[in-house]
Design a protein around this ligand. Structure first.
Ligand code: GZL
Length: 304
């Protein structure tokens, strides 16, 4: 059982093994794959019994998974909400079932902060600021940007756009001339970039909300007979291996890191939450940025 006074969670686990139900977004990107591996590996290392589901980026599948974890009376539920809205009902069901919830990676917009114990993940607005700041420092004169947005309604898409725009406002010559979702996938980024290359007379920079869409854009740029990283500069977010390799090769110009290795911190937080111990409401991930030179140096040590 989960033991400890006041924890009160009914659970299906035997002995003091904690059972966690994790509702993952999907397998849309290299980042997600690394994130999933971290969660599965660290659950094993922590002796936590993990029930795991992949929602194929559909909110209704995540909600179904959370409901099934409530039925199974797990000790704790964790998930990365694919979009910010529409969670209050199912999280209220978890609260009534006395099962604590931990948010990881992406946030929800609910103002009822009693619906989850803590939110572990990056500051996406800051990631957008880092991208915008690099652009302001590295271009002069009229600069047309096309933006490949993440999944519509997802916290990283909303916030990376917000932080970027906040910073480029410093240079009115930098204009976002087109912005559309590529749903965080390589194919989505490629398709949207193909359309932009047809519709936009002059594109100087691509700002992609993740490496995978940036890599798709590179394919489209090459197919159009242009040189990525030179004719059209590219800024992405994540810093997964394929992105860092393109950065080291000069096809991408700057990457803002988004750390997917949340598993260890998640399992530590889960153990505290199940015991009814206090945890911080917000745990912000540590992460940096990479230039082409830094990517060459860092690549050999990268874990994902
Ligand atoms: C960010 C995460 C985003 C990644 C994408 O924390 O939610 O989702 O940046 C992933 O690669 O698809």
């Amino acid at each position: 059982g989960s033991g400890g006074a006041g924890s009160g969670t009914g659970n299906g686990s035997s002995g003091d093994t904690i059972t966690m139900g994790f509702a993952q977004v999907g397998a849309e990107s290299g980042w997600r794959t690394a994130n999933t591996k971290s969660i599965q590996d660290e659950a094993k290392a922590a002796g936590i019994d993990l029930k795991f589901s992949d929602a194929q980026q559909k909110q209704e599948n995540q909600i179904k998974a959370i409901r099934s974890y409530i039925q199974q009376k797990v000790d704790v539920i964790a998930f990365s909400p694919v979009v910010e809205t529409g969670w209050d009902t199912v999280l209220l069901e978890a609260k009534r079932a006395n099962i604590p919830v931990i948010l990881t990676d992406r946030a929800i917009d609910s103002d009822d902060t009693s619906l989850y114990k803590t939110f572990l993940g990056s500051d996406f607005v800051e990631e957008g600021r880092k991208a915008g700041d690099w652009l302001v420092q590295n271009v002069n004169g009229p600069t047309n940007v096309v933006e490949l947005q993440g999944t519509t309604g997802a916290a990283p898409a909303i916030d990376r756009k917000k932080g970027f725009e906040e910073k480029i406002a410093a240079k009115p010559d930098i204009k976002v001339v087109a912005s559309q979702t590529g749903d965080f996938t390589r194919s989505g980024g490629k398709q949207v970039m193909e359309a932009f290359l047809k519709s936009q007379p002059k594109i100087d920079v691509v700002y992609a909300h993740n490496d995978d869409m940036g890599l798709g854009a590179i394919e489209a740029i090459k197919a159009a007979g242009k040189v990525p990283g030179k004719d059209i500069k590219i800024i992405t977010v994540d810093a997964v291996k394929d992105g860092m390799t393109a950065l080291a090769n000069g096809e991408i110009n700057f990457i803002v890191e988004c750390n997917p290795l949340l598993g260890k911190q998640l399992m530590e937080l889960a153990k505290k939450v199940v015991k009814g111990e206090e945890v911080p409401a917000r745990v912000v991930t540590v992460e940096g940025t990479f230039t082409q030179e830094q990517a060459k140096a860092a690549l050999p040590q990268r874990q994902y």
